[in-house]
Design a protein around this ligand. Sequence first.
Ligand SMILES: [Zn+2]
Length: 232
Amino acid sequence: MIKALLTMDDVSTRNTPAIIDYLEEKNIPVIMFAWGQNIENFRGEAIYALKKGVIIGNHSYTHPHFSEISFEEGVKEIEKCESVLDKLYEEAGVKRIYRPFRFPYGDKGGDNKQKLQEYLSEHGFDKVDDRNIPYPWWKESGLDKDIDTLWTFDFAEYNIRPDSGFTIEDVFKRMNDTNPYSGAALFAPDSYHMLLLHAHDETEEMVPEYYKQILDECLSRGVEFVKPKFLR
Ligand SMILES: [Zn+2]
């Protein structure tokens, strides 16, 4: 059996409501991670997601590399996004229960990693339940202890850009790679994944409905999407 929790980064975007509608139609639960700045640009789209019951987590305010900024700057990034999210939930009339966090680029802050984890732990951020992830490297790297939300498989579809040479076929190749250079093989039996996809309008322009192509393939290969759960 292949189980997976879908996460979708860099919301909100123009295309976010269409993505939500598709996920709802296919009964695919999701955690979305938002930049504070993107919410300010596409506020109605983010409210649409909240009203549909989607959990939106913190993905910083301007999406910096946390290893390239100071601890204090990192905290400011997180707090500024928190206050945008608090206001957004309030405006949507939705009670904010869970506060997951994801570092931009999965960059956990280099030398500040430990301090940032302590900050997240002491400020009410929620760890996504990762107890079913079976890959030895998850625990060996200490990811089972971290509060932030990493992933076990990255579709890498954000690489589809004009002149990048990277196409949707490359995404499918990656999905079928039985020995990927990072993360775990997507369709291996007895998998349990945290999947990383993005809500980029730029990708939508290059490959309309790219997320349907990718997720329909997952469904047809027997991936069972699970609801987000948290450890508190
Ligand atoms: Zn991101």
